[in-house]
Design a protein around this ligand. Structure first.
Ligand SMILES: O=C(O)CCC(=O)C(=O)O
Ligand SMILES: [Fe+2]
Length: 406
């Protein structure tokens, strides 16, 4: 109907060769169509004018005016129309934006069709989100597990508070929904469990205060870790994660090219004492347990994420040296590349409460357990999900060259 009026008014004005009227009619018709519900008074006025070709606007508005005064009246009216139109456009625009936003919310309201997007709260721009109002369990529907996996791919590490209902068995049952559970090759699982590993601050190896990705001494290192806070100190003891895909993107193109060509040897027999704050108990654990089997694996420094296709840096504390580069030069290069990973902008820091769960994508992150809680007790337990062998940007696979057990 509005189109018809619009067309009719333009046609009429054109016939009369009244170009001022053409503009006016166009404005009027637009205004009419835009304002039907909100500016009823104005629109009926215009509608009358447009539907009645025999009336001129001037004669309706000022039947007794002199010929000279008519254009002025018309201009005033057109000016008012234009002003009204502007207001309506702004008003409607806002309404439209609000409606578009609302409809986006209603179509995007559920992540994977199940998790309200309002329950996902980012904790830093480039990595980390807290997911609220979910009770994790091994019984969650497949759709919820798929949504959790997609949130993990997007945010790299996701946090869930208030999961105190999870015991060791339930923790593993939930983790097993995300992939195959695997024990640590040297440390093994907690008794009776498939993969569960306990890190206790009072025992050797209980403080992971170096930047690392888990298990990179092996080729198919873990893809996802599920960490549960069991005993948390009154202060300190946060964990920091970094986004290694963002770090790759931060490299200037010549360094990206260099990193893409580079391969590194990762080993569990790395310069542990040279990196971490080692206590006697940690040294003993490192020498007697952690290095019981010696691994050496070659990984590309840049791997292609098998699910997202992103390129991510594979470095961290377990790097022994770069292939084809002398140790001293390699150390400089390592420090340079690793500095992009540890840049605060690429990290998120989590302040634990007991019963929290953190899930991280070990293919696109590194992490660091901050050792700032002194002698306080801290215990976390971790379930481990099997990963795949990394691929370089040119499609070559990581390879374990050495695996020697005493
Ligand atoms: O203690 C932590 O917060 C993290 C420990 C760690 O590095 C791990 O569980 O892989
Ligand atoms: Fe770790």
């Amino acid at each position: 109907m509005n189109c018809y009026i619009f067309y009719r008014s333009i046609a009429l004005s054109t016939q009369l060769r009244d170009y001022n009227s053409i503009t006016r009619s166009a404005v009027g018709a637009l205004l009419l169509s835009a304002s039907r519900s909100t500016f009823e008074g104005v629109s009926s006025e215009i509608e009358f004018f447009l539907k009645s070709p025999n009336h001129t606007l001037s004669s309706r508005l000022a039947p007794n005016a002199t010929h000279h005064s008519l254009p002025v009246v018309e201009y005033i009216f057109v000016f008012r129309l234009a002003r009204c139109l502007l207001k309506i456009i702004c008003f409607k625009g806002r309404g439209r934006t609000a409606r578009a936003w609302k409809s986006k919310m209603s179509t995007n309201a559920l992540i994977g069709g199940v998790i309200p997007s309002t329950d996902v709260v980012k904790r830093a721009a480039r990595i980390g989100a807290e997911v609220k109002n979910i009770k994790l369990s091994g019984d969650l529907p497949d759709q919820t597990i798929a949504a959790i996996n997609s949130l993990l791919l997007e945010h790299k590490v996701i946090f869930f508070r208030n999961q105190g209902h999870l015991n060791d068995a339930e923790h593993e049952r939930f983790a097993a929904r995300l992939g195959k559970l695997v024990p640590h090759p040297m440390l093994g699982p907690t008794k009776g469990m498939a993969s569960l590993l306990e890190l206790d601050s009072t025992r050797g190896g209980g403080r992971a205060d170096v930047w690392h990705a888990d298990g990179t001494f092996a080729d198919a290192y873990p893809k996802i870790l599920v960490l549960r806070a069991v005993v948390i100190p009154a202060f300190g003891g946060d964990t920091v994660w970094s986004n290694t895909a963002a770090a790759y993107l931060d490299l200037p193109p010549p360094l990206q090219g260099l990193a893409e060509d580079l391969w590194a040897v990762h080993s569990n027999v790395f310069d542990y004492a040279g990196i971490a704050r080692v206590r006697e108990v940690d040294k003993k654990h490192f020498d007697e347990v952690f290095t019981r089997t010696v691994f050496e694996t070659e990984h590309p420094v840049v791997r292609v994420h098998p699910e997202t296709g992103e390129r991510a840096l594979v470095l961290g504390a377990l790097v022994k040296h770069f292939i084809g580069i002398r140790k001293y030069d390699g150390q400089q290069l390592f420090d340079l590349l690793q500095s992009y990973i540890t840049a605060p902008e690429n990290t998120v820091r989590w302040n634990w409460l007991e019963g929290d769960i953190a899930l991280w994508d070990n293919r696109a992150t590194q992490h660091y357990a901050v050792n700032d809680y002194g002698d306080q007790h801290r215990v976390v337990r971790r379930a481990t999900i099997e990963g795949d062998v990394p691929l370089s940007v040119d499609g070559r696979s990581s390879v374990t060259r050495l695996k020697v057990t005493d």
